[in-house]
Write a protein that binds this ligand. Structure first.
Ligand SMILES: [Zn+2]
Length: 104
């Protein structure tokens, strides 16, 4: 890692570090078609026989990972960034936008 990169990590690196501190085993975990997503977030998709370049998809908690139209069950999903649903986060539960009458 370059010195400049080390002193000024990107936002993505910061998120990876948070995930790593939170649940390191997830960084190595791969999911296959038919398995359910334990966490919502962005997953890297790696296709069998490289019939398509790796890419990223968003997945909701509880989603079942599908088979691929091109490589069937030979597709792998790796969690890249875990994310919480907006209204499930503690800071946004039971909140609403202020009205014009609200002094705040
Ligand atoms: Zn595929």
């Amino acid at each position: 890692m370059a010195a400049a990169e080390k002193n000024n990590p990107s936002k993505l690196d910061g998120l990876r570090n948070i995930l790593c501190d939170w649940e390191p085993r997830l960084l190595m975990q791969q999911f296959h078609p038919g398995e359910k997503a334990v966490f919502a977030g962005v997953y890297k998709v790696v296709h069998g026989s490289n019939h398509e370049l790796p890419h990223y998809v968003t997945v909701l908690r509880g989603d079942t990972f599908p088979v691929c139209a091109g490589c069937g069950r030979h597709v792998i999903f790796e969690i890249a960034i875990s994310a919480t649903r907006l209204h499930a986060h503690a800071q946004f539960q039971h909140t609403a936008l202020p009205t014009d009458d609200d002094p705040n």
